[in-house]
Ligand binder design. Structure first.
Ligand SMILES: N[C@@H](CCC(=O)N[C@@H](CS)C(=O)NCC(=O)O)C(=O)O
Length: 217
């Protein structure tokens, strides 16, 4: 772990380009000070007892807010959007788009992101994980997600909630990025491509690339 000494009362444990990217982007959009701690999810550092104490699954992200340990990237987006309403990551409670906000955050997390987890971590599925038929099924499920999102965006975009940006657009674009080396990357769907271009032109995206040392889309 590398620790940035510039601390705030928000600390994000992250790995470049991983699920922590959503939380990091949200923090950059919010503009609140935060401390960044890099976790080596490929090596032994992931099993660092101090980190496992924070997050028993040893995965990223973990967010510590005022001493409270919080996990699950989509939940962290909901938590941050509620804690910092002025950032406009979510539509206001009671407003017309609030239900859609909840619906999409959960869909993206429990369908698309969960399938990506099995795509990137075949061992989660035991011996079946590397079975070509299973790989193919996972690929098709991810592509079905792009179909669904692209249809939605073509009809109601350019952003997930219509004319205005929200945290959902960060979530979708992070997932799209994960598909870049797949046989059919998400940028092949036109309305998704348009959304990714909008999100990639935001200062938060550019800053994240700088801070996490990312280069390729
Ligand atoms: N559902 C969790 C998934 C977190 C997750 O699987 N993170 C991956 C990186 S994208 C990780 O830490 N992998 C390391 C490992 O499983 O060993 C979330 O969204 O926060």
């Amino acid at each position: 772990m590398n620790t940035d000494p510039d601390t705030g009362d928000v600390t994000l444990y992250f790995a470049p380009g991983s699920a922590s990217m959503l939380v990091h982007l949200a923090l950059l959009e919010i503009g609140t000070p935060y401390r960044l701690v890099r976790v080596d999810i490929g090596g032994d550092a992931r099993r660092d007892p101090d980190y496992l104490h924070l997050n028993p699954l040893g995965v990223v992200p973990t967010l510590v807010v005022d001493g409270k340990v919080l996990v699950e990237s989509a939940a962290l987006l909901l938590i941050l959007a509620e804690r910092y309403p002025q950032a406009g990551l979510a539509p206001a409670p009671g407003g017309p788009a609030r239900d859609e906000w909840h619906q999409w955050v959960v869909y993206l997390s429990n369908t698309l992101a969960a399938t990506f987890r099995e795509w990137f971590y075949p061992a989660d599925l035991g011996a079946l994980g590397t079975d070509p038929a299973v790989r193919e099924a996972l690929q098709r499920r991810i592509e079905a997600g792009w179909d669904r999102l692209d249809t939605h965006l073509a009809a109601q975009g350019p952003y997930m909630l219509g004319p205005g940006f929200s945290g959902l657009d960060l979530q979708v674009t992070m997932l799209m990025r994960w598909s870049r080396k797949m046989p059919r990357p998400a940028t092949g769907w036109p309305a998704l491509r348009r959304l990714a271009d909008l999100v990639r032109s935001r200062p938060s995206w550019k800053k994240l690339y700088e801070l996490e040392g990312l280069t390729e889309w």
